[in-house]
Design a protein around this ligand. Structure first.
Ligand SMILES: Nc1ncnc2c1ncn2[C@@H]1O[C@H](COP(=O)(O)OP(=O)(O)OP(=O)(O)O)[C@@H](O)[C@H]1O
Ligand SMILES: [Mg+2]
Length: 254
């Protein structure tokens, strides 16, 4: 298993490098071409024509800046600072940030946090980053949806909490769903294809898992498995020799 993990890591790094080469190589090529055209025609072109090339160059530089910003996210929260988080409060706060945007897009938002599925042990900054990514993807997926509906649900599953984020957007084919965690995979004209890669990395650093169920034309649900905060009873009366890991049901182990 260790060899498999190492191989997978090397594959991921290889994938990441070739992605970066591609993501920087393309805009660099466009800039080079635009500059050559300008250099050869600077005396012939009108100011308007020159402006077209300047705009193209700025646009391409913008793409590289976006990439650099995403790569910075990649190493954000490397060492998670986990604390006890109340999911209901967490989403209240998040809605103060995103609520207006969701409302302006006429998206119905439903949230259902089960009373026994509220307290989790995560880094709130990382969880905010992840949920914002997932909600942004859901919103993107629902642009063509007649009655867009976004649902957040938390349920208790043994020692973990299952947090589901469901949209009734465009959904994905099985092929597409297999590719979404690959670096730089995107179907959006301005996407980086790093949102889910970074989210998955942040989650695994916090011993959390992410999975998805999707149907083309129907919608998508992302499932997160998040470690429950230890209750007072567990902290004081935990039987010796029984670690939290051992108690996790295997189907939902992160
Ligand atoms: N809820 C969803 N519904 C349908 N497709 C989705 C959903 N979430 C992700 N996808 C697909 O997965 C791809 C990868 O998503 P990811 O968040 O990693 O990158 P992105 O959204 O394309 O780019 P960025 O996050 O930089 O804006 C998306 O381009 C889209 O095709
Ligand atoms: Mg995204």
């Amino acid at each position: 298993a260790a060899i498999d993990e190492a191989t997978e890591m090397m594959n991921n790094i290889g994938c990441l490098f070739s992605g970066i080469r591609h993501e920087i190589g393309n805009p660099l090529n466009s800039i080079k071409m635009a500059l050559t055209v300008l250099q050869n025609n600077i005396n012939k072109y009108s100011p308007e024509e020159i402006d077209v090339y300047f705009n193209r160059i700025s646009g391409e530089i913008g793409k590289m800046e976006t990439l650099l910003k995403s790569l910075k996210n990649f190493s954000m929260f490397e060492t998670p600072r986990t604390s006890n988080i109340d999911l209901a409060m967490f989403f209240d706060n998040l809605m103060q940030l995103l609520g207006a945007d969701i409302q302006s897009k006429k998206i119905e938002f439903r949230i259902d946090i089960a009373p026994d599925a509220r307290q989790i042990m995560v880094d709130p900054r990382a969880l905010q980053h992840v949920t914002m990514n997932l909600l942004a993807n859901a919103v993107d997926a629902m642009t063509e949806t007649q009655k867009p509906l976004l649902q957040v649900r938390s349920q208790s599953r043994g020692n973990v909490i299952l947090l589901s984020i469901t949209d009734n957007g465009c959904g994905m084919s099985n092929e597409l769903a297999r590719d979404v965690f690959k670096p730089f995979f995107t179907t959006k004209p301005h996407g980086t294809g790093l949102g889910l890669v970074i989210s998955k990395k942040m989650l695994s650093q916090m011993h959390c898992g992410i999975d998805l169920v999707s149907e083309k034309g129907v919608g998508t649900t992302f499932h997160l498995t998040l470690p429950k905060s230890a209750t007072k009873a567990q902290r004081t009366d935990a039987p010796p020799g029984k670690s939290r890991e051992n108690q996790q049901p295997s189907a939902f182990a992160c």
